[in-house]
Design a protein around this ligand. Sequence first.
Ligand code: PMP
Length: 360
Amino acid sequence: MTKKYNFSAGPAVLPEAVLQQAKEELLDWQGSGMSVMEMSHRGKEFMSIAAAAEQDLRELLAIPDNYKVLFLQGGASAQFAMAPMNLLRGKTSADYINTGSWSKKAIAEASRFCEVNVAATSEAVKFTTVPAESEWQLNADAAYLHYTPNETIGGVEFPLIPDAGDVPLVADMSSTILSRPLDVSRYGVIYAGAQKNIGPAGLTIVIVRDDLIGETLHGTPAMFDYKIHADAGSMYNTPPTYGWYLAGLVFKWLKQQGGLHSMAEINSRKAGKLYAAIDDSDFYANPVDHACRSWMNVPFTLADPALDKTFLEEAEENGLITLKGHRSVGGMRASIYNAMPEAAVDALIGFMAEFERKYG
Ligand code: PMP
């Protein structure tokens, strides 16, 4: 097999060492005589896998003891509903910052449950920036403030953690979690679908502060109740066991890389050189405000969109795949998550220069 560099936004590249280990352990996990996929989630083998994964994630993110870590299903999209269902707690409105497609989905879902106050939006400038914090219209009586630290489609990343005062801060970190160290204590809830920087699709991680657990909207289904999952150690029903195991391998791999300080250094370097290549050319462009450019998702356009198809075809011939941008923005997008080797970014930059030389 020729390994390709896969720039997909998610499901996305996983560390090769992790896939190798999963392959070695596929039929027989550490002498247990079973595949992890075949194990009872309540058996001692899987319980040890689950506990180690949680412990490693807690270490990586320095998660304080007054936060629960939940290993759920339903994707980040289920969290769009779980956030209001669990966090309204008698209040009737919530604040949202709108910085792109995923913020909008979160807003649409929350609107089913409460009054949504869009405290700030960058829609008028096509989501190419984060609105200045001084202009946000926050409501002191909001149940929570929700934002999307990294918009996967637009490639816009917050350069700051919003100051929500006493209002709990809720973050959809699907496409940026684990890309750098994080001060978890600033948040009420952090959630992320796994399929970008954590592991395979099917697992969703929720980090929730203890005092926000336990008061759901009337009629909330058990599967949407943080307390039910927290009390059951994420085993109220059958959890996504194989995804949980693979996430655990990714966490171990991250620790071996030197943890999140090292990842931040590498990610900043990878993104920095790709943006520099784009900015140094008249052939490629990225519209995002420099201060808000994503380290993980780098959209870019070609001077002549008629060349898009050729670009994608020739990139593929060079082993660089899934570079097509989201249909809503067009052009290209290179997702360069933790597991994307720096050599892949170098290869992409080299290919882009060659393509420009040929067609520019
Ligand atoms: N939020 C963000 C920022 C995303 O990138 C995505 C998926 N691309 C989602 C939410 C939706 O996640 P899921 O498919 O896990 O529901």
